[in-house]
Design a protein around this ligand. Structure first.
Ligand code: FES
Ligand code: MG
Length: 573
């Protein structure tokens, strides 16, 4: 294998020249207290850090960055930490999805504009994984993704709590009058007990598992709990390994191909991963120049059993998953499905699985005792969603997977919120709730509104699931018969905009269809007299977003960010 020489390093353009500018670069490195021997002739490693005081899932990344640096120093590199937009799923409004592409753009340009030879990307809370990876793929320098890892289990009153999933569940019980305010307050104090991401198989855990199955992590990294002592050790190992990757010039473009993305699709199904992955993986593949479509998710779902018994589809949490052997153990059960020769940052996927074992057959099920034999994900088409929409069948009450009922339509979230609390609302358990104008542009940013709350009146009757349709997303920790990501969205005149109260809607998951009892001519006629609600962004990031974001089935990337080619290296003068 040919190795890079010092003079081949990208950073040498800044540090290795003898001109006036390079004098400035060296003298300013020395301004930080470093001597020439600290940085001269060494690969420069960027640590892209999505730490912030309001990203509660990433509190530990401040010290993890130092632990990555330790590894970089050990291996003879020069580490530099570059802070990046920290997308906190809890605090960023209206939704972090609005800013995923901004973080991707920032990551790419941070790497491009600085004297960087390779990068360790620190992410975990939902969008930070796809965003930093998308930017890294487009820049195509050697890189490793270091997952933040899940937080510890939650608990209250002797019960184990899972992020998100149990909040929705107990909120419904609170609204039905079954738990007290005091109990609810105990939950508030007990559900998030440490740094780390949501510890159910929500979007964060799903995307971290996907990053590893793509080959972008050190083996086993994605399931280590954030506060486990193994986590800083993994961070330091990333620091050491990235230096070697730089000498080998091991770039994402030489690692990722269609096989890597098929491995991600397989793992996504085996863990009953978040529906959000269907947007992010398509966008990530777009950066790598690989075609992944919505239909791929359904095709792989038909073949791959769900074997991770983790909430919201199963019983356990990420900490249990880690103790049961974690992601390597899970993948070792999937050897007949995976491309074991797919490349990774350390070699091949198969090599990374050597010695992996499952230690608990209930947490990581054998293939012949799965949570669901197939069908973790279904992609539906029909006259409501010509470009597709998604449902997670195992998370829905089975009786609803084939269902016909009258539509009850909401144009805004506020309208829906007011209605569901109205105990006189004309709604039955058979109704199909529709929320529109919540897509990529209409939301904007496809907020996680897709698990429409069950109307209070029905909650009191014991109803816990109904068919719900929207052009929004839903949290990966949510559940129910929720049909999401309807494409094209209502705001750009998708047929969802034509539906009226009382129209009969038929969901047929076995046949992968979702239709309203209207003819094409009727839909066209109704849309003639329809106009989208105003989304008036006169300037700023929202203005850019609305003009360039692609639809959900295309991954919601910006049209001008797809791919990785064509941008020259910056001039240094
Ligand atoms: Fe950060 Fe869920 S809120 S991962
Ligand atoms: Mg989430």
């Amino acid at each position: 294998m040919s190795r890079k020489k010092i003079e081949d390093l990208r950073s040498q353009r800044w540090f290795g020249a003898t001109d006036l500018r390079s004098f400035g670069h060296r003298s300013r490195a020395m301004q930080m207290g470093y001597g020439r021997e600290d940085f001269m002739g060494k690969p420069v490693v960027a640590i892209i850090n999505t730490w912030s005081d309001l990203n509660t899932c990433h509190s530990h990344l401040r010290t993890r960055a130092e632990e990555v640096k330790r590894g970089v120093w050990q291996a003879g590199g020069f580490p530099v930490e570059l802070p990046a937009l920290s997308l906190s799923e809890q605090f960023v409004k209206p939704t972090t999805m609005l800013y995923r592409n901004l973080l991707a753009l920032e990551t790419e340009e941070l790497l491009r504009s600085h004297p960087i030879d390779g990068a360790v990307l620190l992410g975990g809370c939902d969008k930070t994984t796809p965003a930093t990876i998308m930017g890294g793929l487009s820049m195509d320098l050697p890189m490793i993704y270091l997952p933040a890892g899940p937080m510890m289990r939650g608990h209250f009153g002797g019960k184990i709590l899972g992020s998100g999933s149990d909040v929705w569940k107990y909120w419904a019980e609170k609204e039905a009058g079954n738990i007290t305010t005091a109990q609810w307050n105990d939950m508030e104090a007990g559900i998030a007990r440490s740094a780390g991401t949501c510890m159910t198989m929500g979007t964060a855990a799903t995307m971290m598992a996907i990053a590893e199955s793509l080959g972008l992590c050190l083996p086993g990294a994605s399931s280590i709990p954030a506060v486990d002592a193994a986590h800083p050790r993994m961070a330091t190992a990333c620091g050491r390994h990235i230096v070697e990757m730089i000498w080998q010039d091991l770039r994402p473009s030489t690692i990722l191909d269609r096989k890597s993305f098929e491995n991600a699709l397989i793992v996504h199904n085996a863990v009953a991963g978040s529906t959000n992955a269907m947007i992010h993986l398509v966008a990530m593949a777009g950066r790598a120049g690989v075609k992944v479509t919505l239909q791929d998710f359904d095709d792989f779902a038909q073949k791959v059993p769900v074997i991770a018994n983790i909430r919201p589809s199963g019983d356990w949490l990420m900490e249990d998953f880690h103790i049961a052997g974690g992601i390597r153990a899970l993948m070792s059960r999937l050897k007949d499905f995976l491309h074991l020769d797919a490349k990774t940052v350390t070699g091949t996927l198969g090599e990374g699985l050597e010695g992996a074992e499952v230690y608990n057959d209930d947490v990581i099920r054998p293939l012949d005792k799965p949570i669901a034999a197939s069908g973790g994900t279904a992609i539906l088409y029909g006259n409501i969603a010509p470009d597709g929409c998604v449902i997670k069948p195992p998370a829905a009450e089975a009786r609803l997977l084939t269902h016909t009922g009258p539509a009850i339509v909401f144009d805004t979230y506020d309208e829906m919120s007011a209605a569901i609390n109205d105990e006189d609302l004309d709604v039955t358990p058979d109704h199909v709730m529709v929320l529109r104008n919540a897509g990529p542009i209409g939301g904007p940013g496809m907020p996680e509104w897709g698990m429409l709350p069950i109307p209070k009146k029905l909650l009191k009757q014991g109803v816990r699931d109904m068919v719900r349709i929207s052009d929004a997303r839903m949290s990966g920790t949510s559940y129910g018969a929720c049909i999401l990501h309807v494409s094209p969205e209502a705001h750009i005149g998708g047929p969802l905009a034509a539906i009226r109260n009382g129209d009969m809607i038929t969901l047929d998951v076995p046949n992968r269809s979702i239709n309203v009892a209207l003819t094409d001519a009727q839909i066209t006629e109704r849309l003639k007299s329809w106009s989208p609600p105003p989304r008036d962004f006169p300037r700023g990031y929202n203005w850019l977003f609305a003009r360039h974001v692609r639809q959900a089935h295309e991954g919601c990337d910006f049209d001008f960010l797809e791919g990785s080619k064509g941008i020259p290296e910056p001039e240094i003068h």
